[in-house]
Write a protein that binds this ligand. Structure first.
Ligand code: IMP
Length: 189
């Protein structure tokens, strides 16, 4: 256990966290995104695909903000594996339970960073015969982009910093924060 953890019984006010987006800001933006998706998808029954694990909190709030008929699925992609930088290695760890041929898809992702994961995943889903594949992302780190990715529904542009909370983790920690924070010093964690 590190010194900062020992001094801080509260995980939500851990001194190694610098708040970036409040829970209220996130909810306000998600309500707007949900309304936009509901307008665009009226009568189309899109399939929302949440990318595990990071998108589980965002997806659960987003679906409840979409007042339209939608279905929900999950896919799990290998990610950082405990560090703070993308390895560039992409692997499907848990695949979809249903075929998606002829379906309108909205991929729901927590954050687009280098774009390596999403460019692979979007191409993969298109190759399975989906009618359309759109992307809803809560956060975007544009500065770090290596692959072009079109984000159809975006929550927030954020600076190039490693963020945690609201589903996003550092080595499986902090997914439960009800807000988004910059992790000041990963080595202190
Ligand atoms: P990309 O392939 O570099 O775009 O990385 C996408 C994935 O990396 C996301 O789905 C996250 O799981 C993870 N990731 C990227 N940036 C962060 C961050 O700041 N905090 C936590 N996870 C991140």
């Amino acid at each position: 256990m590190s010194a900062s953890t020992a001094q801080s019984p509260s995980e939500f006010s851990n001194p190694n966290l610098e708040p970036l987006l409040t829970g209220e800001q996130i909810q306000t933006r998600i309500a707007e995104m949900g309304a936009e998706i509901a307008r665009d998808c009226a009568g189309r029954n899109p399939l929302l695909i949440g990318v595990l694990k990071g998108a589980f909190v965002f997806l659960s709030d987003l679906v409840r903000a979409i007042d339209a008929r939608v279905s929900t699925e999950f896919i799990a992609i290998s990610s950082y594996g405990g560090g703070t930088r993308s390895s560039g290695e992409v692997r499907i760890v848990k695949d979809l339970d249903v075929p998606i041929e002829g379906r309108e898809i909205i991929v729901v992702e927590d954050i687009v960073d280098t774009g390596l994961t999403l460019s692979y995943l979007l191409a993969n889903l298109e190759s399975r015969g989906a009618t359309s594949v759109k992307l809803a992302a809560l956060l975007n780190k544009q500065e770090r982009r290596l692959r072009e990715v079109k984000i159809d529904y975006l929550g927030f542009d954020i600076p190039d910093a490693f963020v945690v909370g609201y589903g996003l983790d550092f080595a499986e920690r902090y997914r439960n924060l009800p807000y988004i924070a910059v992790l000041k010093d990963p080595s202190q964690d």
